[in-house]
Design a binder for this molecule. Structure first.
Ligand SMILES: [Zn+2]
Length: 413
């Protein structure tokens, strides 16, 4: 079963944390049922119907137990059995209406409050089928004098807010603030959201834009929207990235703005680099390509911006972190949910690139990465072999054995 498109029309009342919504999910490759629909436990279905050729067939949602390994811990899991009349249809539209409140969410990092709204998949605020990428249309009705941002392209609407994402994404996110609490929107800004601590972030943003300029000059600007960092008023729960948006808590320890500011900007640049490196399958070991190249791209522009010594410190730290790990498996036999995957995909992966760079020189290495970035833009899926091919093409040497040795053996530093 695939989700192709979601149209959602929603009214949010922040003062009572409530939503009223209706919409349509376009699905294809259906078998006999639609299962795994997740929705916030405090939302109630009012109507569900399958629509085929403008004919409507009312259906019921049956609640099933949430899977134990479900990423969402606060959600109800629903299943819809198709009526006999539509059993042979493979492509259908599911119409839905629901309403209720958003009071509890997974990890408590999403909420609708009187003076702020942060909605991502953690809230299950729209019918969510995990692991599917879809395009979407979102229409929002909200109180006057609120400002909003979502991960689609903003469309004009006199009495509402509208966004459309033609590119497929894995979730819809929505952030809202009363106008006086939000950073004024400008074209050139990268940071938006809660204005409370913005004065602390201004110099980070300025430096981040320098990194962005360097990345774009090197890897070519893409046709994607600019990257946005959304400041949200919470201190726990940490940051997360959805599409070209990074959601970031505004309450950071003071040293993030002083001695650690270069590290913060470098970490942001890792997320920005995923604009070019996001085509590996997260369930396969090849995902190390995306994570390690996002890191190494950030490190390279950090070297250009902050100097050799800062770069050497970053590499030294990764080397030490690998040394400290006991019993590391090989990268190739490690999936992303393994507890040591981070060390292998990010740290070891980055060191593999850096070792190659030391041998062929930084300029050639940048050409290799640029070549892969170009491929990544066109292809639907990237694997380790694509990286090897770029290496071989740019250097005129065969790197196949070297790369496969690096990913098949226990890391040695
Ligand atoms: Zn990443």
């Amino acid at each position: 079963m695939n989700i192709d498109h979601i149209s959602l029309d929603i009214k949010i009342n922040p003062s009572v944390s409530s939503v009223i919504a209706c919409g349509k999910i376009t699905l294809s490759n259906i078998q006999t049922e639609i299962s795994g629909i997740l929705l916030n436990p405090d939302l109630t279905w009012h109507k569900l119907a399958i629509i085929i050729n403008e004919k409507e067939f009312l259906v019921d949602a049956l609640e099933e137990k949430l899977a134990e390994d479900s990423f969402l811990k606060v959600a109800k899991n629903w299943k819809i059995i198709l009526p006999n009349a539509v059993k042979n249809e493979r492509n259908i539209n599911l119409y839905f209406e629901y309403s209720g409140k958003i009071l509890q969410t997974t990890f408590d990092i999403n909420y609708i409050r009187e003076n702020v709204v942060e909605l991502a998949d953690y809230a299950a605020w729209y019918p969510l089928i995990w692991g599917e990428n879809f395009s979407f249309d979102l229409t929002l009705h909200s109180p006057e004098n609120w400002v909003w941002m979502s991960n689609g392209n903003s469309l004009h609407c006199r009495e509402c807010f509208k966004w459309r994402s033609s590119t497929k994404q894995n979730s819809i996110v929505l952030f809202g603030f009363p106008k006086e609490n939000a950073i004024p929107e400008e074209k050139e800004m990268r940071i938006w959201g809660s204005v409370t601590n913005y004065h602390k972030f201004i110099s980070l943003e300025k430096n981040f834009k320098k990194m962005e300029r360097r990345l774009k000059e090197w890897l070519d600007p893409t046709n994607q929207d600019d990257f946005k960092i959304i400041l949200v008023p919470r201190s726990k729960g940490g940051a997360y990235v959805r599409g070209n948006m990074m959601i970031y808590p505004e309450d950071l320890p003071d040293n993030y703005f002083t001695e650690l500011w270069r590290n913060v900007v470098t970490a942001w640049t890792h997320e920005l680099s995923h604009i070019w490196f996001n085509k590996t399958n997260p369930d396969e070991w090849h995902n190390w390509i995306d994570e390690s190249l996002a890191d190494y791209c950030a490190f390279i522009v950090a070297k250009e911006e902050f100097g050799e010594e800062f770069f050497n410190q970053l590499i030294k730290k990764r080397t030490e972190l690998i040394k400290e790990e006991k019993g590391l498996p090989s990268l190739k036999e490690t999936k992303r949910d393994h507890k040591q995957a981070y060390t292998l995909y990010y740290y070891w992966g980055t060191l593999i690139h850096n070792n190659i760079s030391k041998e062929i020189g930084l300029e050639k290495m940048k050409d290799v990465i640029k070549d892969l970035a170009k491929k990544s833009k066109i292809k639907d899926k990237i694997e380790t072999l694509d990286y090897v091919e770029s290496l071989n093409k740019i250097t005129g040497k065969d790197w196949t054995d070297y790369i496969y040795k690096m990913v098949s053996e226990t890391p040695e530093v």
